[in-house]
Design a protein around this ligand. Structure first.
Ligand code: CAA
Length: 286
């Protein structure tokens, strides 16, 4: 089955990137946010990101303008009715996701595939909230979505081959490399990435080195674009804690046990780049 219209629920950091990339790659997109304020913020996020792409010479203004024309913004879930594929990118909360999928199951056509961008919640549990579990799968993108070349597809226990084939084709059409993972905590990337990030926090707490030196060491020593603590700020200190807690709950492996410093930072409201303070202070330009 071909996809021509894509619905995206949630236009935060991840959702707005999925909206942009889908529209730029020629899909009609119905973008749904919870209220007008969130729609305005999402619309701005999409536009600002494409403006950055233009400034860096990635594509001309016409590409942005045509992409923006392909996006319909709405606050109504029922406007997703005609979508061939709906991708959910709301907060990481199992019950909220299950409720949303049960509603999507009612408002979308029987052919519609429902995908979730979750990085930590069980796809199998989300699929079970619908009467079409064979048409539900994970499509996990990476931040910033227009730049990062990967999408992890995650197969729930119930997902059909046809759904996986359709999502693979869709992922490749967004100019992404597709990998497939089982529905296990963290899939591939977070299964390996989260212990590394938590170890970096432990190294700070133990006084192994300064935040800056840990990041410099890992950037120059292993050739990654960002050190672990910059990356943690970028992903979100709160988001990382949430993912670690979900993974620890499932796996009971101490590798995923959040160090007290991470928890304290969240209690202090140091969420990272998004609110101006994490391991670094972004108030004066970082
Ligand atoms: N569309 C296409 N390309 C765009 C763009 C857009 N809207 N906006 C910017 N770009 C391009 C730029 O032109 C630039 O390309 P070149 O390098 O070829 O010139 C590139 O994207 C990045 O440019 P930026 O100006 O945005 O900034 P930067 O050079 O400082 O790089 C970064 C920033 C891309 C974030 C880089 O530091 C990086 O790759 N960091 C690692 C990010 C990462 O690991 N993300 C995954 C996090 S884990 C996750 O998301 C999953 C989870 O579940 C937690």
């Amino acid at each position: 089955m071909g996809v021509s219209t894509v619905g995206v629920v949630g236009a935060g950091l991840m959702g707005s990137g999925i909206i942009e990339q889908s529209a730029r790659c020629g899909y009609n997109v119905v973008a749904r946010e919870i209220d007008e304020t969130a729609v305005t913020a999402g619309r701005k996020r999409v536009r600002d990101s494409m403006d950055r792409g233009i400034q860096r010479g990635k594509f001309p203004e016409t590409v942005r303008d045509e992409a923006l024309d392909r996006i319909t913004w709405t606050t109504e879930l029922r406007d997703l009715k005609a979508c061939d594929l709906v991708i959910e990118a709301i907060v990481e909360h199992l019950e909220r996701k299950r409720r949303l999928f049960a509603e999507l199951d009612l408002v979308t056509g029987p052919h519609t595939i429902l995908a979730t961008n979750t990085s930590s919640v069980s796809i199998t549990a989300i699929a079970a909230a619908t009467k079409r579990p064979h048409k539900v799968a994970g499509a996990h993108f990476f931040n910033p979505v227009p730049v990062m070349k990967l999408v992890e597809l995650v197969r729930a226990l119930q997902t059909s081959d046809e759904t996986m084939d359709c999502l693979r084709h869709f992922g490749e059409s967004l100019d992404k490399k597709v990998v497939v993972a089982k529905d296990t905590p963290g899939f591939i990337v977070n299964y390996l990435l989260v212990p590394y990030l938590l170890d970096a926090v432990r190294a700070v707490a133990d006084g192994t080195a300064t935040v800056e030196d840990i990041d410099t060491a890992m950037t120059l020593g292993t050739g990654v674009p960002m050190g672990p603590l910059t990356l943690l700020d970028f992903i979100g200190v709160d988001t990382t804690l949430y993912i670690a807690d979900v993974m620890y709950d499932e796996l009971r492996d101490p590798k995923y046990a959040a160090p007290p410093l991470l928890r304290k930072m969240v209690s202090a409201g140091y969420y990272g780049k998004k609110n101006g303070r994490g391991f670094y202070d972004y108030a004066n330009g970082g």
